[in-house]
Design a protein. Structure first.
Lengths: 299, 285
């Protein structure tokens, strides 16, 4: 094994499907200076688990997701994938185009809007990855499409155009498309955003159901706390591009229900404020909002 | 505020130098943007041609013939009526504008020669391309721009599907094929407009008009027009796809892209036509 290869292996946890190491991504601010949106992110995603990535607006969670799917290129760090077809972990950032596309066939993504192709019917949307990446007979593809749509309870809508679907139906159809190639990893970008509570709960049930039935590893980016606590095995809290805390759901539940004065440190107080959706606390103080409000009130 | 020191107005010299400096900086920025734009378009075209050759020559992926057919209908078939109307009017206008001058020289029949050559070499391909840039170019830019905003392009990449192969290749090929075909139609219709006007208004017999047209035209007039049409098709589709793929900023961004596609296409078409005409003149084509 080469030196670089052994270094990659040593950085990846043996049980993890994704290992993120010291990820740094910057964007220019309004004056053109580099602003660190991801500032040394490090964590692992274990095989078969559902990991929820959460944080306030602008904390870097969408940027992180875009880096994980190869849509954005970080300036520094490593994103190590270990799928079933790989003999050793491979770094997404050093992959050539062909290898990246082969990896992409191993994961599915549910986009915030569903991102269905508007010129195709629901069934054609689900069939597209199969038509493009497999050489099976169209009748087999049709059977797979039927199964996938059945799985997300969208079979009655198979011949509808995306414009005829509701928000929740679009997400379910998007989920059927994301699972078309039987992926090992599923990424969800704000799966409950813009949905009513009942539809949101139905999508959450679907995520849990798919995770159990397909044995996939799921990474869910969300700031909907009810949804996050329903589906998560583990949770990661991001704040200003850093990992504030990573741990099992129970630990976050404990912080959520503990009074602020009984928490161990400022980070936990900040997490508690976010989890409970409170307007006042260290999170808003850090952003200066509360000070600004005080200044306005004081005249 | 009595401690404040009154600021004196800058001298004309300082204002002038500042204006020149600012103008130089702005020009440099504009030039940099233009280089990035042309470079980006060049790269897009190169990538499209690579995918096209892979699909048609090496057959390393399934070429989407149905997508090509759909785009040909959308770009070309739906443009037929508007191009017929525009080119008929152009034929009529040309004949009526030329008539007084040519009548004064006693060679009214030369209308057929001039209309024929103008249509086949210049106005057929150029005006068809201008009509198509507003009709199909804007629509391509808006469609791809909306797809960018709806995360459809991101979804394509996430499914290991290249947006250039999937979206740009059929649109470029369809625009080139259909504009070449429409250009032939435009030539014929334009000559027809001139013929009708000459027959009904200027009292030139249709057979005589066609005879003069036939005498004036040579094969190279027809083929140079076709070459122009094909290149114009590449220009319109590349600009439209590039503008669409570069969309940002929601619905406003899509609106900007469509306007920009039409404006840039028209400028590029006329500039390219000028270069073609100069080259054909030098090489006597």
């Amino acid at each position: 094994m080469s030196g670089a290869g052994s270094e990659v292996l040593s950085q990846a946890s043996p049980t993890s499907v994704i290992s993120i190491r010291n990820l740094v991504k910057t964007f220019p601010d309004q004056e053109g200076r580099p602003l660190r949106v991801l500032d040394g992110i490090t964590f692992d995603v274990d095989a078969g688990e559902t990991l929820v990535v959460m944080g306030g607006s602008g904390c870097g969670k969408s940027t992180l997701l875009n880096c994980l799917i190869g849509e954005l290129r970080p300036e520094a760090g490593r994103i190590l994938y270990r799928t079933k077809t790989m003999t050793e972990p491979a770094d997404l950032l050093t992959m050539d185009g062909h290898t990246l596309n082969e990896l992409r066939k191993r994961f599915g993504i549910l986009f915030q809007s569903g991102a269905l192709f508007n010129s195709m019917t629901v069934a054609e949307n689900v069939a597209l990855p199969l038509v493009e990446h497999s050489y099976v007979d169209p009748s087999i593809i049709d059977i797979v499409v039927t199964l996938k749509l059945q799985q997300v309870r969208m079979l009655p809508h198979r011949d509808k155009m995306p414009s005829q679907l509701s928000g929740g139906q679009k997400k379910r159809a998007g989920l059927a498309r994301a699972t078309a190639l039987d992926p090992e990893i599923l990424f969800y970008d704000e799966p409950s955003a813009g949905l009513d509570p009942v539809t949101s709960a139905a999508i959450d049930e679907l995520i849990i159901d798919l995770s159990k039935k397909l044995h996939v590893t799921s990474v869910v980016v969300t700031h909907e706390m009810d949804s996050a606590f329903r589906i998560a095995d583990r949770m990661v809290m991001l704040d200003r591009g850093r990992v504030l805390m990573i741990g099992p759901r129970a630990e976050f539940e404990r912080i959520r229900s503990t009074p602020p004065d009984r928490l161990e440190n400022d980070d936990q107080k900040l997490i508690r404020q976010f989890l409970n959706g409170e307007a006042e606390g260290p999170l808003t103080d850090a952003e200066g909002t509360s000070e600004f409000e005080k200044w306005i009130i004081a005249g | 505020m009595s401690d404040a020191v009154p600021q004196s107005a800058p001298s004309r010299l300082v204002t002038g130098i500042t204006a020149i400096g600012q103008s130089a900086i702005n020009s440099r920025r504009r030039l940099a943007r233009a280089v990035v734009y042309v470079g980006g378009m060049g790269y897009l075209l190169f990538d499209t041609l690579i995918w096209l050759s892979r699909g048609l020559v090496t057959r390393s992926f399934k070429f989407a013939w149905s997508a090509l057919a759909g785009q040909m209908v959308r770009v070309g078939v739906r443009s037929i009526a508007i191009i017929v109307v525009v080119q008929t009017f152009i034929g009529i206008i040309l004949a009526l504008q030329l008539a007084p001058t040519l009548e004064a020289y006693g060679s009214l029949e030369s209308i057929a020669n001039i209309v024929g050559i103008a249509m086949f070499r210049e106005l057929g391909p150029l005006l068809s391309a201008i009509v198509l840039s507003g009709f199909a170019g804007a629509s391509i830019a808006a469609e791809i721009g909306a797809m960018v905003e709806a995360e459809e392009i991101k979804a394509l990449r996430a499914h290991a599907l290249d947006p250039i192969r999937f979206l740009v290749v059929p649109r470029l090929l369809a625009t080139v094929i259909m504009l070449t075909g429409l250009s032939v139609l435009a030539d014929v219709v334009g000559v027809g407009g001139g013929l009708m006007t000459s027959w009904l208004v200027l009292d030139i017999a249709p057979r005589k008009y066609l005879y003069f047209t036939q005498m004036a035209l040579v094969y190279k007039d027809f083929f140079t027009g076709l070459v122009k049409a094909a290149v114009f098709g590449v220009l319109i589709s590349t600009i439209a796809c590039y503008e669409g793929l570069s969309v940002s900023g929601g619905a406003e961004g899509v609106g900007r892209a469509t306007t920009s596609t039409v404006v840039k296409s028209i400028v590029a078409l006329i500039a390219t036509d000028c270069v073609f005409t100069a080259v054909f003149y030098v090489f006597e084509l």
